[in-house]
Structure formats: structure tokens, C-alpha cells
Design a protein around this ligand. Structure first.
Ligand code: MG
Length: 229
């Protein structure tokens, strides 16, 4: 059962996420360029908000402040996604999702985005229909825990026993790899995001792709029956 990361794996928002966060910190705290020098790859939205606060305000945000920021962030992101000129899908995403949807009844998400932000991005990409459950940054600020949440929901949706290693996390950063490993899941690293193939390879994922075009062949090699619903 596949669990896909979103940013850098399925799509790039072309800066819409950073623009929305900058706008949010400007409106709430009068801080300009909150996302400058913050690298978001593989991090949860909570972690990103905290990093911005530490960098520009030298303090941590309270849980209530984070909840409040998330509520304001999702509509800002939605608006920004509509006008983001360089929003784009990663190569072969539609082909990959068509393949995965063919072999599995249910497909999941494992992303650091809060659920509302994840949905906004998947809808903008017209990919939302391919996914049936997920683990999100709104489940936990810690990535291993949101992957665990995705696996729990996958098992509930499947209504059958699934071993940890029947789950395959697909992501573009080292955080995806360590979070998958922490849960006993397999992990495919795809070098379409901000992390090089060399760096991803050093973390020894179960598979390392240039693009998602390679997923169907890998799947057939590793799940020999061809289908595993
Ligand atoms: Mg990513």
C-alpha cells in the first residue's frame, strides 16, 4: 500500500506555500520574509511555522498560536495556488498514479502538510481523486508519527491485516526515509525534489528513482503477484 509525500514528490507549488506563509507572518506579526532562509523540505507545517518564529521573533509559538496560524494559512494557500504561475507536477506523476490506482483500491498520503493544505495542493493538481486516506502535519509535528497515523488509517480502510513492510512510503527527502524506517515501512526515494540522488542514496532507501516513471517496474519486481489489493 503506497503512501505518497506531496511536495517535491508529486508536485511543486512554485513558491505558493512560502508566499502564503510570508503573508501570514506579515499580517500576524509584522515579520517580513519569514520563509527566507527556511528550507521546508520534508518538514511538517508546524515545524516550519516554529522555525520562522525562532528565526524572526526569537521565540517558540504556543500550540494555540500554531492552531490559529494553520486556520489562517489554508485559505491563503488556496488563493495563492490559483495564481501560482510555476505550479507544476513532477514528471510522470499522472502515469504513476494511474498505475497505482489500477493495482490498489486505496492509496494514501504521508505529508508534513496540514490536511487542509494537502487537500488544497492535491485539488489544484487534480490528483485528489487518487487518494483515499493519509497522515498529515495536522496529525503530528513529527514525521514518523504522521506516517504511523497514515498506516493506521490505511489498515482501517483496507479492513485487513497489513504488515508494516506492505506499506511503501514514497518521498523526496531524508525525512521521508527516516520516518518510513521508524515505522518498519519500505521507502522509495525519488530525486525530483531538492535533495540529490547521491544524498538520498547514502540513506539507503529500498529504491532510488530519478522520477516516478520507474515505479511500475519496481512494483512488479517487488510484489511478484502483480496485484496486491
Ligand atoms: Mg517532500
Amino acid at each position: 500500500m503506497y503512501l505518497f509525500d506531496i511536495d517535491g514528490t508529486l508536485l511543486l507549488t512554485g513558491g505558493a506555500g512560502s508566499i502564503a506563509i510570508n503573508q501570514l507572518f506579515s499580517e500576524r506579526y509584522g515579520v517580513q520574509g519569514a520563509m527566507d532562509t527556511v528550507s521546508a523540505g520534508g518538514k511538517t507545517d508546524d515545524m516550519i511555522f516554529q522555525e520562522c518564529a525562532r528565526k524572526d521573533m526569537q521565540r517558540d509559538l504556543s500550540e494555540e498560536e500554531v492552531r490559529d496560524l494553520v486556520r489562517a494559512y489554508v485559505p491563503l494557500l488556496r488563493a495563492e495556488l490559483l495564481s501560482a504561475p510555476s505550479f507544476r507536477l513532477m514528471p510522470f506523476v499522472r502515469e504513476c498514479m494511474a498505475f497505482v490506482s489500477e493495482i490498489h483500491d486505496i492509496v494514501g498520503i504521508a505529508t508534513g502538510n496540514v490536511e487542509g493544505a494537502a487537500m488544497a495542493k492535491l485539488e489544484r493538481a487534480e490528483l485528489a481523486d487518487h487518494f483515499h486516506f493519509g497522515g498529515y502535519g495536522s496529525d503530528s509535528p513529527r514525521r514518523p508519527e504522521l506516517v504511523a497515523a497514515a498506516m493506521r488509517r490505511g489498515r482501517e480502510r483496507a479492513g485487513r491485516t497489513l504488515s508494516d513492510e506492505e506499506f511503501v512510503v514514497v518521498g523526496d527527502t531524508l525525512h521521508d526515509i527516516t520516518a518510513a524506517r521508524a515505522n518498519g515501512a519500505r521507502v522509495i526515494a525519488v530525486a525530483t525534489g531538492s535533495v540529490s540522488k547521491e544524498v538520498l542514496g547514502a540513506a539507503q532507501p529500498d529504491a532510488l528513482f530519478d522520477t516516478l516513471e520507474e515505479l511500475p517496474e519496481w512494483h512488479h519486481r517487488h510484489f511478484k503477484l502483480g496485484t496486491s489489493r
